[in-house]
Design a protein around this ligand. Structure first.
Ligand SMILES: Cc1ncc(COP(=O)(O)O)c(C=O)c1O
Length: 364
């Protein structure tokens, strides 16, 4: 019988050496860590929607009668409704199990081991993670100090053979948009330009209408943030038709489960309600920025998303993160070269802001 050691030798070497993705913990684990009841946890670390999903989604999930059947592999109803929502033809739309799956699918479409993918850090970690899983080579083009893209360096990297570039706009964790002219400049190059609009509903700015005009533009979206469906895993991409046919071919046949399809469809029927929660989050974002402004040891960055990046100027970012955690308030702490002493705070409900600010006042 083959030994576990010999079995390990069969594993692809790049998988053994690649760093693991560090995901956020669920509320029940956080509550156990600090021994407080789950309902007392203030979870501002995942850019999730504090208002949850539309109440209609819960009813639709209860009433759905076909959980015993496989879902539609072509996601026909969902794509048709997304056509109405986006104004882009269903022929350009494909849904995934979260936009995470679509990031992976795009890379599996283009990347063979050794192929180059451009990442613009600091940014969402899944671009690097999924490139590594494919055996691709991540070419890092760091953002400038104001977190804008270094377009000239990115163009150069594409010209030297990169196949895909990812740009989150608004970017996670910095919250800023990449202006359209900069993306237009990249579209002239010969790589797939993937614009990740996970936070589109909070910024109102999109490049989706351009997709049918450019054979190398891809726009990714998700129901995780604005529609409060992070737990059900449903996102979608807007793709040039010539690419969509291959993505349809290589995706798992039933990649978006029945519950996720029902929930997404029902969300699209309850846009007035969801627009209300989006507006509440945007209002709260502005209030939170203002409130954080009272701390002269905190520098906040402007945000077009549902979170705020702050730099802690007194060197106590880690202590603040820990201190808040002990009080049941969970935020993200970063200490990479570009995000030295940084915290990212997801926008919560007004009462979450009140509690957060009260605790921060104690921490001066
Ligand atoms: C920029 C960005 N893209 C994609 C995602 C993942 O979205 P989904 O839940 O649809 O996989 C996130 C989640 O935080 C994100 O910040």
């Amino acid at each position: 019988m083959i030994s576990p050691e010999d079995m390990e030798k069969l594993i692809r070497p790049e998988i053994k050496t690649m760093p693991a993705y560090i995901p956020i913990e669920p509320t029940e684990v956080l509550s156990r860590h600090i021994d407080i009841p789950e309902e007392k946890v203030i979870k501002l670390d995942g850019n999730e929607n504090p208002y949850g999903c539309s109440p209609r989604v819960k009813r639709a999930l209860t009433d759905y009668a076909y959980y015993h059947l496989y879902p539609d592999p072509e996601q026909r109803k969902l794509r048709k409704e997304l056509q109405k929502y986006t104004g882009i033809s269903a022929e350009n739309i494909l849904a995934g199990s979260g936009s995470d799956e679509l990031i992976d699918l795009v890379l599996r479409l283009f990347i063979q081991p050794g192929d180059k993918v451009i990442n613009c850090p600091p940014t969402f970690g899944m671009y690097t993670f999924s490139t590594n899983v494919c055996g691709g080579k991540v070419v890092s083009i760091p953002r400038k100090p104001d977190f804008s893209i270094d377009t000239a360096a990115a163009k150069k990297a594409i010209d030297s053979g990169a196949k895909v570039i990812f740009i989150a706009s608004p970017n996670n964790p910095s919250g800023n948009l990449t202006p359209e002219p900069e993306i237009m400049a990249l579209l002239k190059c010969t790589a797939a330009v993937v614009i990740d609009e996970a936070y589109y509903e909070f910024s109102g700015i999109t490049l989706a209408p351009l997709v049918p005009k450019y054979s190398n533009l891809i726009v990714l979206r998700t129901f995780s943030k604005w529609a409060g469906l992070a737990g059900l895993r449903v996102g979608y991409g807007i793709f040039p038709e010539n690419l969509l046919k291959y993505l349809m071919k290589i995706k798992q046949p039933y990649n978006v489960n029945a519950a996720a399809q029902v929930a997404a469809l029902e969300s699209l029927k309850d846009l007035d309600y969801l627009q209300g929660t989006i507006s509440s989050i945007i209002d709260e974002r502005e209030r939170l920025i203002m409130e954080l402004g009272q701390f002269n040891w905190l520098k906040t960055y402007p945000s077009q998303a549902n979170f705020i990046l702050c730099r802690v100027l007194n060197g106590k970012a880690k202590a603040i993160h820990e201190g808040l955690r002990k009080k049941g308030i969970f935020i993200r702490y970063f200490n990479t070269p570009q995000l030295q002493d940084c915290l990212r705070i997801s926008v919560g409900k007004p009462e979450h802001t009140v509690k957060l600010v009260a605790e921060l006042k104690q921490m001066r």
